[in-house]
Design a protein. Structure first.
Length: 257
C-alpha cells in the first residue's frame, strides 16, 4: 500500500540522526516502538516495522470477555488471529473472514493510557468494530452462519457500545436488546454487565437469550425474513408518527401483527 512520499531530513545539525514524517493516516502509531530494517541491494529499502503486540493483546482480552459472556451458550475456544483478516486500518468492505484493524485497537488503548472516561471508550466506533467482528467469529464457532452470524456480531457490538455498525442490522440489534434485558428498560451501550470494566459473567443469561433468538431465526429463515420485512414496514409508519413498538409486541406475543 503506497501511502505517500516523504523526504528524509536532518533531525538537527548536531544530533547526528535523520527523521522522516509519516502521513497523517499513521497517527495511531504515535508512541509505538518500531524496528528499522534496511534491505540493501540495487534497490535498497528502509522498512519501519511497528511493534503491534499491544494491539494484539487487546484483541485477546476482548475475546476473553466474549468467551466469558457466551459461556452459557458454549465454549468459543481460544482466540486465533488466523480467523481474521488483519490490517492496519478498518476496511470499507470485507469478505470471507471478519476484519480486525490495528488502528481500532491502538486508538482504544490510547483512551486508557490518557485516562479517558470509560463511558467514552464504551461508546466509541473503534470498540464497536472490534466487538462486532470478534463476535462474528464467535458466532461461527457456535453454529450461526452467513448473514445471521454477521447480524449477531452487529448486535453484540450494539449491546456493548450503543452504536449501529451500519450493516443493515437495525432490526436484529433492537430485537437483541429486548431479548437481553427482558423488559428491564436497559439502554445499549450502558449495560453494566457488558461494560469494558466488568468480567461479563453477569451477562451470560442475557447473551444466551440473544443467541437463542438468532438460532430460532436460523432454523426458520422464511419466518425471520417475513418478520424483518414487517418490522421495516412498521418502522416507516413509526417514523411517520405511529408510536407502536413492534419488536416489543413480537417478543411479548410472538407476532408482529
Amino acid at each position: 500500500m503506497q501511502l505517500a512520499k516523504r523526504r528524509i531530513r536532518s533531525a538537527g545539525r548536531t544530533s547526528g540522526s535523520v527523521e522522516i514524517t509519516l502521513p497523517v493516516e499513521m497517527q495511531a502509531l504515535e508512541g509505538i516502538e518500531c524496528n528499522i530494517v534496511l534491505r540493501d541491494g540495487t534497490k535498497p529499502e528502509i522498512i519501519v516495522q511497528p511493534d503491534l503486540s499491544v494491539a494484539q493483546g487487546l484483541f485477546i482480552e476482548l475475546w476473553r470477555m466474549l468467551r466469558v459472556g457466551l459461556g452459557a451458550v458454549g465454549d468459543v475456544g481460544e482466540f486465533s488471529l488466523s480467523d481474521f483478516n488483519v490490517g492496519l486500518f478498518p476496511p470499507r468492505y470485507w469478505h470471507d473472514r471478519p476484519p480486525l484493524a490495528y488502528e481500532d485497537a491502538l486508538n482504544t488503548q490510547s483512551y486508557f493510557s490518557r485516562d479517558v472516561p470509560s463511558e467514552r471508550v464504551q461508546r466509541s466506533a473503534a470498540l464497536q468494530r472490534l466487538i462486532a467482528f470478534l463476535a462474528i467469529d464467535a458466532a461461527h464457532r457456535l453454529g450461526l452462519a452467513g448473514r445471521l452470524a454477521v447480524a449477531f456480531g452487529d448486535a453484540a457490538g450494539y449491546l456493548v457500545t450503543g452504536i449501529d455498525g451500519g450493516h443493515g442490522s437495525e432490526f436484529e440489534q433492537v430485537a437483541a436488546l429486548d431479548a437481553f434485558d427482558q423488559g428491564d428498560s436497559l439502554m445499549a451501550g450502558q449495560i453494566a454487565s457488558l461494560s469494558i470494566d466488568s468480567e461479563w459473567q453477569a451477562a451470560r443469561d442475557g447473551l444466551k437469550r440473544v443467541y437463542d433468538l438468532f438460532v430460532q431465526w436460523q432454523e426458520n429463515l422464511s419466518e425471520y425474513q417475513a418478520a424483518k420485512e414487517r418490522w421495516w414496514r412498521q418502522s416507516v409508519r413509526v417514523e411517520a408518527g405511529t408510536t407502536i413498538s413492534t419488536v416489543e409486541a413480537y417478543l411479548k406475543h410472538g407476532t408482529f401483527e
